[in-house]
Write a protein of this length. Structure first.
Length: 643
């Protein structure tokens, strides 16, 4: 039901009535004439002095107005000192200029007809200002602008009265430190009492219950009509965008926690670190909005209990509600790739917050894995025990699932830290030599270079599509000064990964391939077993194509990526919206959609394709950023300034 029509709006204003030229009294008009005569009788010098004095008064008035306005603006932003952490570089997204003009924010709620959604902030999530030459994009923008211009003008006219560009989001300073900052050092308490994790008050009082009820009501509306959007328009049952980043969703998280509306949910430490923590940290760097950092820190605190194990090798899972961490039900092992691919994010979180505990917890894992026995020329097994801290299931070596990003993060941490941590570099270089010595082979008949697996001394010609991250990583290392033969290997492996797509009827790679090693056979190079025919919309091939193109400038890599995008569009695009994993990349007539779109399709695959098709090396420059394993860019730490 709509509320009854509001009373006539009450306006506060100062009325200034000018009576120029108005003559209601003969004596007044006479006085005016006599003033004018007196003015004429003054000398030029006297008149100039008076004019100068008046001008001075006007100027003083103007200056004091500007200074008052500045103070108002300062309410909105925290001073540099108050911010504990800042993006490494100045934010690269244009800062929103306009105030919130949501009519819903004004005191009286008026029923309105549903409006078209209007972006009040940057029109697009863009990494840099729109390129002047990109005509097409500009035309698109113009079209979109034309569509909304009617609504926009109307809203803009009401915006001028609002002081802050944040509009309704002016946040009073709380003057409190986030709980995590008070408790430094690695966590030592029982997991449910971990630093930063707050216990709920016994039971809320009556008024608090009323607030909880209000929150639930607000949340229900947001969930029904605005899920994933910035703000709810409850009357029109619609939503509006400001940044287009799901602002309400993120902004409400800690309130939910404080109100006891938390969800006791188990998350996988690795997956949530690379996707959620990595995503929040990147969003913070790209937007410069503190909100993302606050959420990243909160989330990091919730993940920390996973490290409270006898060996300091983290458990695979942690409950972000209760703080209880545990391994999978069937084992006390964790996966090596998982425990060694959270460091970029935890290190960055420490750098930004000034709280060392995240970095210390993650780097302790690196140190322990570094000194473990059971490696083979730098290659690591796939499992590690959280009680003993030792590798288990020894003797099996792969660059695919369960080990892949261990190698990636050795190199990327070295780059992130300014190429100073030589132990990381040594482990990486040794591993590349190990790959060359034990896992590299060439297929028949086309002599494709591939990375197989080793199980107890026996070579298997099996290669996961996941391994296709490797050409990109090798090329990145060569770009940062590592041996030139890394680049040669990168090129050869890139050709192979392309063929893993190209040789399939849909043009899309299966999850796993087996290479033919026998020269005399009539078999193709790339073989696929029935159980491995699926494609999950994974990014690894296009990820490496991005690096290879960016670092060689060769157009063929863009063309290969273009073919893959077309295949995604042809075989996985669902007309009503979304892309679906498919079960059979070898059946173009019936690829069998699986009805699932993994988050990494948006987080990684499409991002790398977009970057691949750009010819601008400054767009997320590889000299300024390092991408985490979920394609979230994090800054390379600048060397401290001397002097
Ligand atoms: C992503 O979640 C990450 O790249 C991870 O390292 C393994 N692969 C998936 C996507 O394929």
């Amino acid at each position: 039901m709509y509320p009854p029509p509001p009373p006539a709006p009450h306006r506060d204003f100062i009325s200034v009535t000018l009576s120029l030229g108005q003559s209601y009294d003969g004596s007044k008009s006479w006085r005016r004439r006599s003033c004018w005569r007196k003015w004429k009788q003054l000398s030029r010098l006297q008149r100039n002095v008076i004019l100068f004095f008046l001008t001075f008064l006007v100027l003083c008035g103007l200056l004091s107005y500007i200074s008052v306005a500045d103070q108002w603006r300062a309410v909105d932003g925290r001073s540099a000192e108050e911010r504990k952490a800042r993006p490494a570089d100045p934010p690269v997204l244009p800062a929103p200029q306009k105030a919130d003009a949501n009519p819903e924010n004004s005191p009286g709620l008026l029923p309105q007809k549903p409006q078209r959604h209007f972006r009040r902030g940057p029109p697009n999530l863009q990494i840099r200002a729109p390129d002047k030459d990109s005509k097409d994009r500009r035309q698109d923008d113009t079209r979109r602008r034309d569509e909304v211009v009617g609504d926009a003008r109307q809203e803009e006219s009401t915006q001028r009265t609002v002081v802050s560009w944040r509009g309704a989001v002016i946040e009073p300073e709380q003057g409190t430190e986030p709980p995590s900052r008070k408790a430094e050092g690695p966590p030592t308490k029982p997991s449910s009492q971990a630093p930063g994790i707050q216990n709920q008050p016994a039971s809320p009082n009556e008024r608090q219950r009323a607030v909880i009820d209000a929150f639930r009501h607000a949340w229900t509306g947001y969930r029904k009509f605005a899920w994933g959007h910035d703000e709810l328009k409850p009357v029109s049952r619609s939503f509006s965008e400001w940044f287009g980043l799901g602002l309400t969703l993120i902004d409400a998280l800690d309130t939910m926690w404080i109100l006891g509306l938390k969800k006791d949910v188990d998350v996988n430490l690795f997956e949530s670190t690379i996707r959620i923590l990595g995503g929040l940290l990147s969003a913070y760097h790209l937007s410069g909005d503190d909100l993302f950092l606050r959420k990243a820190e909160d989330f990091g605190n919730r993940l920390l209990p996973a490290f409270q194990t006898p060996s300091r090798i983290p458990y695979s899972d942690v409950n972000i509600g209760t703080g209880a961490a545990h391994p999978p039900r069937w084992t006390s092992d964790s996966t090596v790739a998982e425990v060694t691919s959270i460091q970029l994010e935890f290190r960055e979180l420490s750098r930004l917050t000034g709280s060392k505990k995240f970095q210390e917890a993650a780097e302790e894992v690196t140190r322990r894995v570094h000194s473990l026995s059971g490696k083979k020329d730098g290659l690591v097994p796939m499992f590690i025990n959280t009680h003993s801290g030792l590798f288990t299931h020894m003797g099996v070596f792969t660059l695919g699932a369960r080990a892949d990003s261990y190698y990636e993060y050795l190199l990327k941490q070295w780059i992130q830290g300014g190429k100073k941590e030589t132990q990381l570099l040594e482990d990486y270089l040794e591993a590349v030599e190990g790959i060359k010595r034990h896992l590299l082979r060439r297929s028949e008949p086309r002599k494709l270079t591939f990375v197989g697996e080793l199980a107890h001394g026996r070579f298997s010609a099996k290669m996961d599509h996941l391994v296709c991250f490797l050409p990109g990583t090798l090329a990145l290392g060569a770009h940062h000064g590592l041996p030139a033969d890394h680049m040669e290997l990168a090129r050869a492996l890139m050709d192979t990964c392309y063929q893993m797509n190209r040789q399939m009827e849909t043009g899309l790679s299966p999850e796993i391939v087996h290479f033919n090693l026998y020269p005399q056979s009539d078999r193709k190079d790339v073989q696929v077993k029935p159980a491995d025919r699926h494609n999950l919309l994974r990014p690894e091939t296009v990820e490496s194509l991005f690096y290879l193109h960016r670092l060689t400038g060769e157009r063929k890599y863009q063309d290969w990526g273009w073919e893959i995008l077309q295949s995604f569009n042809k075989y996985t695009r669902v007309p009503s919206g979304g892309y679906s994993s498919i079960s059979n990349v070898q059946d173009p007539l019936n690829p069998q959609p699986r009805d699932k779109m993994e988050s990494f399709f948006l987080g990684e695959t499409l991002k790398y394709l977009y970057l691949l098709f750009s010819d601008d090396p400054a767009l997320l420059s590889l000299d300024a950023y390092v991408f985490n394993t979920e394609a979230h860019p994090l800054p390379i730490w600048a060397p401290p300034r001397v002097g």
